[in-house]
Design a binder for this molecule. Structure first.
Ligand code: FES
Length: 575
């Protein structure tokens, strides 16, 4: 039974009867629509992150047309609203600097227009959390439609599906084992169609989490970008969201504490990106959930990695899709999921995965045959009082308990200038520390956390070391990289107080990270510490610096994560 009539629609405030509606009605007529095409129909906003500067989303214009087809079929009125695209490759200094910008843009696009329901079109890393964060805060009926992943590729017989996967051949180019022609062939293959990275990086992790928490139609996150099922799902989402408007089904009805926990459990079972530890907390807070980094750690201890997908495993997303995709993986975890959670499909998560099955048991593993035991661990100690994270499934087992002398890089520029210097005093037991690359220090917390192995050690065959920073790393990255140290060094966190020659002790099994310096010495260093000059004097950068919270809080703005009610816009038409 529907809960709303045409008179209850939010858009009715714009298009209702009387002189105030004249301007809005006249503009719809100006756009070429006749009255019966919009009057009394739910207006469905399609927030589209298509852009020439985001090849991962190159197909989203056509995808929007499929959404519109579905909306028209169900009696709605579709309107497309372009939004900032955040192409991961081009946006500098980091797309993370602009995640909250897109979140705010999404929320305000919806607020200021006569929108009744929403379809979100995204996929490339930050677009998924950003679109969802804005939509959660606006709390209109919403479905998230992922872009899908690019075509997979092989090079010299090895499969890969991201820039990080390709860059592992860079030393071969430097060593003369690859010709320039071969390198250009590799470049051509990295992303050989529109769509997101073809591994379990941040994009695939976050689109899967959107589905796991109930915000996408079943199976949507496991469909390749160029697969016609993407258009079918887009049209289905268009039809479904119109019904959600009449039924008044909003994100607040879907995103319960249990839905967030489902998403976290799926994240670790996927061997998902460490970036999920930031984005999921931000999403949870927008939804009013108290889900925390500590909760993520507890889940990381309980649930092993089941998806045998790079970077934690062997295969790429196409093979994961062919093996049954996310619905099949969820059947392996069904005892650990809240199957009664409602989803945007109007069915429960349990109903959505009925009939799903694992087609290839090497790609999607069972709980008694996992790929790895832990995808995410949260460490605390005097170096990271509010926590930091590591991805054990993509790290070296022999470095999980390690103590070493630190080699410090003051910032990303210092790192670039000295990391490959033949004079760098470093050995394979050293602990590389990179600071001033956090949310404020970066600025924008770029993916600098996979600090390169110094050339002097790489030439000796060293392939991994303990590396610590307040940065993030790409979801496609790997290595014994401790990330997201909180509080960050830029604001005087303990990472700022580390000095050359100190030792740091990492103990992942016991979840500790310790700077081997006395409390008194740390207090004295803190008294000596002086902040650096601010990056920005004006504009978005200043707004970001003044409002962004720390990694363990999701790097949201406090003014945006607040659940305080925001009034609907006043409408005074021209009379
Ligand atoms: Fe767009 Fe990887 S660069 S998803």
């Amino acid at each position: 039974m529907t809960k709303k009539s045409a008179d209850d629609l939010r858009s009715r405030r714009w298009f209702g009867s009387g002189p105030k509606s004249t301007e809005h009605t006249a503009h719809a007529l100006q756009a070429g629509y006749s009255r019966e095409e919009f009057e009394g129909r739910p207006m469905i906003g399609i927030i589209n992150t298509w852009s020439d500067m985001n090849p991962c989303h190159a197909h989203l214009r056509e995808r929007a047309e499929s959404v519109k087809r579905g909306v028209w079929q169900a009696g709605g009125f579709p309107v497309e609203l372009p939004a900032m695209s955040l192409g991961e490759g081009y946006v500098k200094p980091s797309s993370m600097l602009y995640r909250n910008f897109l979140a705010m843009e999404t929320e305000e696009l919806l607020r200021c227009h006569p929108i009744d329901g929403v379809i979100l079109l995204g996929g490339c890393d930050k677009t998924t959390p950003a679109l969802l964060m804005g939509a959660i805060s606006m709390d209109l009926p919403t479905i998230y439609c992922p872009a899908g992943f690019t075509m997979g590729a092989t090079f010299r017989g090895e499969r890969f599906g991201s820039g990080t996967g390709a860059f592992r051949w860079a030393p071969e180019l430097v060593a003369g084992n690859l010709s320039l022609d071969e390198w250009q062939t590799l470049e051509q293959k990295i992303w050989s169609s529109p769509g997101t990275c073809n591994v379990m990086g941040t994009a695939s992790t976050m689109t899967a989490l959107a589905e796991a928490m109930g915000m996408s139609l079943p199976g949507a996150s496991s469909v390749p970008a160029m697969d016609s099922r993407g258009h079918q799902l887009a049209a289905a989402a268009g039809r479904r969201v119109v019904q959600m408007v009449w039924d008044d089904v909003k994100p607040s009805d879907i995103l319960t504490d249990q839905a967030i926990i489902n998403a976290a459990r799926i994240s670790v079972a996927l061997g998902g990106s460490t970036n999920a530890a930031i984005h999921l907390i931000a999403l949870a807070r927008r939804a009013g959930s108290a889900f925390s980094l500590e909760d993520f750690d507890a889940i990381g201890r309980q649930i092993p990695v089941l998806a045998n997908v790079q970077p934690s495993g062997t295969y790429i997303m196409h093979e994961f899709s062919d093996a049954g995709g996310l619905p099949a993986l969820m059947t392996q975890l069904s005892d650990h999921l809240h199957l009664d959670c409602m989803t945007v499909a109007g069915t429960t998560l349990g109903e959505n995965i009925q009939g799903a099955r694992v087609v290839d048991k090497d790609v999607i593993r069972s709980l008694d045959n996992p790929v790895a035991t832990e995808a995410l661990a949260v460490l605390k100690g005097n170096l990271a009082p509010n926590g930091c994270v590591i991805k054990p499934s993509a790290a070296s087992a022999h470095l999980m308990q390690h103590r070493g002398r630190v080699v410090i890089f003051e910032d990303a520029d210092d790192l670039a200038a000295r990391i490959h210097s033949p004079d760098l005093e470093v050995d394979e037991n050293s602990v590389l520390v990179l600071r001033n690359v956090g949310p404020q220090g970066g600025p924008g917390m770029a993916e600098n956390g996979m600090i390169p192995i110094p050339k002097v050690l790489a030439e000796k065959g060293v392939r991994d070391m303990v590396r610590i920073s307040d940065a993030r790393m790409s979801g496609t990255s790997f290595g014994t990289c401790v990330l997201h140290v909180s509080p960050e060094s830029w604001i005087g966190g303990p990472l700022a107080l580390v000095r050359e020659g100190d030792e740091i002790e990492l103990d992942v099994p016991n979840r500790t990270i310790h700077l081997c310096v006395s409390d008194g010495e740390l207090e004295a260093r803190k008294a000596d510490w002086t902040p650096r000059a601010p990056h920005y004097q004006r504009g978005w950068g200043l707004l970001f610096s003044q409002n962004v919270n720390q990694a363990h809080e999701g790097c949201d703005f406090d003014i945006l994560s607040s659940r305080a009610p925001t009034p609907e816009p006043k409408i005074h038409g021209k009379i």
